[in-house]
Ligand binder design. Structure first.
Ligand code: SF4
Length: 225
């Protein structure tokens, strides 16, 4: 059964914003105030651990779905399951950003969109914590993280990841081109098993987008406002 939680992700983001007195700072502050006032600061997290049906060479079969994800095969220990997770900020925040653009309040719209990206990053961290806790409760270990569309897992896996995570219960869906909706959403797959060693790789290692990646940049830095 999927575990689902809704958490505040605005407060931790607001606490990281560094005030500099710039115009950007003013809009960031305004965007945070707007998100707080309109209740846009919550994320829904959902995850589920699914036992492996079998491993076909480099293909992991779980829940009736096939994932070509050889990076998750451990050098030692035993891979016994995959953990599927999803996080979403829901429809309200993207719709509010669109409304601000329609009203030609571009700077505030961009600021709210940027705050939304940071909230999704925070949701992603909380999701990882929640999955790790569930894996530990099951007496297992967790190693390796892949996301559909990043190196190591094809974007076409998105629909299967959404299905197996139980993300539909959080209102999350997938378009014909494997994009998530609502827009401010993310999914993830972790390797789960017995005595899995820590991995020495990251999904970002071979990524061509890394030099300009917003996720990497925002994960590493305090937010200059
Ligand atoms: S660098 Fe960015 S786009 Fe590439 S895998 Fe990492 S998070 Fe994804």
């Amino acid at each position: 059964m999927a575990r689902i939680r809704t958490l505040d992700v605005l407060a931790p983001v607001a606490a990281t914003v560094v005030a500099t007195g710039s115009i950007t700072a003013r809009f960031r502050t305004e965007a945070i105030d707007l998100a707080r006032a309109e209740g846009l600061g919550r994320a829904t997290l959902v995850h589920r651990i699914v036992e492996l049906d079998r491993i076909d060479d480099e293909v992991l079969v779980a829940g009736g779905e096939r994932f070509h994800a050889p990076r998750l095969l451990p050098e030692s220990g035993e891979l016994t399951a995959l953990a599927f997770g999803a996080a979403t900020l829901g429809r309200a925040l993207p719709e509010r950003v669109s409304a601000l653009f329609a009203e030609r309040r571009m700077s505030l719209g961009l600021a709210l969109d940027a705050i939304g990206n940071l909230m999704l990053l925070e949701a992603s961290r909380l999701l990882q914590d929640a999955v790790m806790a569930a894996v530990r409760r099951a007496g297992l270990t967790m190693a390796g993280e892949l996301r559909p569309g990043d190196p190591g897992l094809a974007l076409e896996a998105q629909a299967a990841v959404v299905r197996l995570s139980g993300a539909a219960t959080a209102g999350l869906g997938v378009t014909a081109s494997s994009a998530l909706h609502p827009a401010k959403s993310t999914t993830v797959v972790y390797g789960v098993g017995r005595d899995l060693p820590a991995v020495g790789w990251s999904r970002c290692d071979d990524c061509r987008s890394r030099p300009t990646c917003r996720v990497v940049r925002e994960a590493a830095l305090p937010v200059p406002a």
